[in-house]
Structures are given as structure tokens and as C-alpha cells.
Design a protein around this ligand. Sequence first.
Ligand SMILES: [Zn+2]
Ligand SMILES: [Zn+2]
Ligand SMILES: [Zn+2]
Length: 314
Amino acid sequence: MNGDESSDRLSPDDAFAVLGNEVRVRILRTLGDAAEPLAFSELYDRLPIDDTSRFNYHLGELRGHFVRKGDSGYALDHPGRRVVEAIRSGAVTDDPDLERTSIDDRCPTCDERLEIRWHDGSVEVFCSRCESRWERSSSRVDTAEGPESGYLGRLPFPPAGIRDREAEEVFRAAHAWTIVELLAVGAGICPRCAATVETELDACSDHEDDGICSNCRSSFAVVLTASCTNCLYHVGSAAALGLLSSPALLGFMLDHDVDPLSPRSVCRLDRFFSGYDETIRSLDPLRVVLTLSLDGDELTLHVDENGDLVDVSS
Ligand SMILES: [Zn+2]
Ligand SMILES: [Zn+2]
Ligand SMILES: [Zn+2]
């Protein structure tokens, strides 16, 4: 592919093989730092390398897929931009240090201060006074994690989101990030790769209301799971959160001054989505009724086995 800008796209194996070199990754990062295309000599001068032919060789390996050469110099092509974005997000390499930290935000159930920590790609949320809402191992494959007291859930969040933020800000940003992802899921779009998402509602037919149910390992009797048809994205959430993108639910929230993306709404939003009523009307086909309330007003959502809204009443 050297120098041939019109060559066919690379296979994933070949593309990642091209990236398996320190100089090439430095070239991509340097072009990502640059505000405009760089001439050969400008790019060379910015790299810790003093062998022009070696530099030229590695640049050639990147050209045609990750890097393109225009009239004004070298710049990242779209795949190169995605690689630099993945590096910058820290998702591939970083393991930031955020031990369990108490924050000002309060538990929606008991009003105790929440605690957060960063673990394995997510901000995990705990209450030191409450029962857990989920088992920590739920929805994870091959993890030996036991239940941890007061575990309220995890908010997927790239390591870059931890930088330059206080713990409270991390929690609120991770919250907003998760809401944005769930809005995409509700619209049938994978938030990681944009492919279609399949959603399914599961109801526990013998649910224990006190703490984590031993049958379904959740405090919610009705849980939504969504899986991307293309990538590894998978999420499990309270059923009502899967309806976030519906105008009925969004309208109800906004009418009561709860903006799902605003940091000031986090506490009310958490309370709203953790304390609603679930009624299983039928198991086959699955039909559930979720009754949510804000300021004394109620919204009743009738949901089918795919997590789709079939009827609304208020
Ligand atoms: Zn609590
Ligand atoms: Zn259950
Ligand atoms: Zn996907």
C-alpha cells in the first residue's frame, strides 16, 4: 500500500499490524496534535528520530489508510483520527486511580452521601447505608467479583473523563455520558459503533422486593438489556431508563423541570428512576406497566417484551 492512496481498504489484521510500531504511533499522535497539515520536514522535526530514511519508511506504511498527503502536507485520514481519539480517550491503555471517594451527591433511597470509584472502564456508584441495587457481577462475563455492599450500579466512562475533574464532577459527567448512551440505545443506535441494537425486557416472575432478589440478582423486577448487533456493546438497566428517548417520558420529565442531561438534575433523576412501580401484566407475551411519579403527578407506561412503549396514560 506504500504511496498508493487509492489502494483497497485494509483488513483489520493488516491495519493493526501497521499500528504495531512505536514510530508510527508517534507519527499519528503528532499529526493529531497539529492544527494543520505538516510538511515532511515539519513532521520529521517534531519526532524523536534522527534517521530520515527510517522515518520515511514508517510514514509510507501509514500512508493510504491512516495518513494522507495533500498539497499542504501530511494529515490524518479518518481511520488515523479514530486511532488518535481512542488513544486520547485512554480507553485502550489507561487505568486511572480513583479509589472509593465520598461525594456530595446523595443516595436516592436513603439520602446518605454516595461514594464512587473508577473500576474497569466504569465509574461505580455505592451507598454505604443501602442494600445493593444490582450484583456487581451481573451482566459481566467471566468475573469473579462477589457482591459488594451498597453497589448501586456502574456508569461506563472513558479514563480521559477522570482527568481535570473533581470526584463530584466525574460522577455528574459519567451520569450525563450514560444518559447520552441510553438515548442512543432507545433510538436503536449503538453508542459505540452506530450499528443497530437489539433490546429485550426481562421480568422476574418470582421477585423478592427487599434488596437484591435471589432469582434475578437485581432490585428491579423488570430489566432492559440491549446488545449491539455488530460490536461488543451490551448494557443492562432499569426498564424505564430504556424509554428515555420516548417523547412521553422526556416530556413528563421536562414538564417537571428534570432535564436528563443537566448536572443539577442528577439527584432527582436518580430518585425518579430508582423508585417507580413495576407491575407485570402478562409473562407471555411479556407486558409490564411502569408507573413513574414526579411532584405528585403520575405517568404510566405500558411496555412490551422488546422494551418498546405500547401505551401511555397519565
Ligand atoms: Zn442509600
Ligand atoms: Zn427478581
Ligand atoms: Zn456497536
